[in-house]
Design a protein around this ligand. Structure first.
Ligand SMILES: [Ca+2]
Length: 116
């Protein structure tokens, strides 16, 4: 994801008037990852496949539900890809959400027993 982070900065850093490696107003950044697409001139793996470019495009695009409702605005350009992003983009459910789905009914029983 480092290649994407660098490209985001390259495209959007100067939009706030200062080239300092920080995107002060992510809403002004309409990041487009297409320039990272591998072609015959890309040599050292510093490019993305078409599928990866599409995934990155989706990460930086709003997510809408089946009825057109906004589910998630988008990942802010310049937010980086460590820490919380690892949880978001790992392909796995959050641990808490996963545990809630797995043990939620059991927790209700435990809470009921404690309360009575
Ligand atoms: Ca800046």
């Amino acid at each position: 994801m480092q290649i994407v982070a660098k490209d985001v900065i390259a495209q959007c850093d100067a939009l706030d008037g200062v080239e300092d490696g920080i995107i002060d107003n992510p809403d002004s950044c309409d990041y487009r990852p297409g320039a990272l697409l591998c072609n015959k001139n890309a040599g050292d793996g510093l490019c993305l496949t078409a599928s990866q470019v599409e995934t990155v495009r989706k990460i930086f695009s709003p997510l809408y539900g089946t009825k057109g409702e906004l589910l998630f605005p988008r990942y802010d350009p310049g937010a980086g890809f460590s820490g919380f992003a690892v949880l978001l983009f790992s392909g796995n459910l959050f641990t808490f959400a996963q545990d809630w789905a797995r043990y939620g009914e059991r927790w209700k029983e435990i809470i009921w027993v404690i309360g009575h």
